[in-house]
Design a protein around this ligand. Structure first.
Ligand code: 5GP
Length: 143
């Protein structure tokens, strides 16, 4: 989808927000939701999304974007405390040619470990939901 497409209310994250498909929830407030990526590139791969519809960084209300990026910082700090990584990658893609595959704004939080591998973006194997829920609970406890 190009940068100029319209928001699809049936994208997978919209379905998660409506509770139509499950997720391993880390945190939510009235404006944002954070949950584990189902196809993690590294163990602990966490996502942060706004509850309001926007496809990417460019069409997001600036005040909402401020809250989403602030929450991303908070969750990244909790990931650091909970999982003790050696580094953390934050990514965010805009448009299919840039690597975006789900067209609802989201930030990726990817813990990295010295010598550890990171799977390619959007190529991962689906993780076990119980494992994701354990990671989510651990990160939540560090908030
Ligand atoms: P993007 O490619 O748009 O930057 O990132 C989309 C992310 O959503 C990918 O990392 C992908 O693994 C993740 N993802 C795709 N489908 C699902 C799903 O059903 N549940 C969850 N929790 N993550 C998903």
């Amino acid at each position: 989808m190009s940068l100029n497409g319209t928001y699809d209310p049936d994208n997978i994250f919209a379905k998660i927000l409506r509770g139509e498909i499950p997720c391993a929830k880390v945190y939510e407030d009235d404006q944002v939701l954070s949950f584990m990526d189902a196809f993690p590139q590294t163990s602990g791969h966490t996502l942060v999304i706004p509850k309001t519809p926007s496809r990417n960084l460019l069409d997001t209300d600036p005040d909402m974007l401020t809250h989403v990026i602030h929450t991303t910082q908070t969750i990244a700090s909790a990931v650091k405390t909970a999982l003790d990584p050696d580094g953390i990658v934050i990514t965010q893609f805009n448009g299919a040619p840039a690597g975006q595959t789900v067209f609802h704004l989201h930030f990726h939080i990817l813990p990295r470990y010295t010598g550890g591998q990171m799977r390619d973006h959007a190529s991962g194997q689906m993780a076990d939901m119980d494992v994701l829920k354990q990671l989510a609970a651990k990160i939540n406890a560090a908030l």
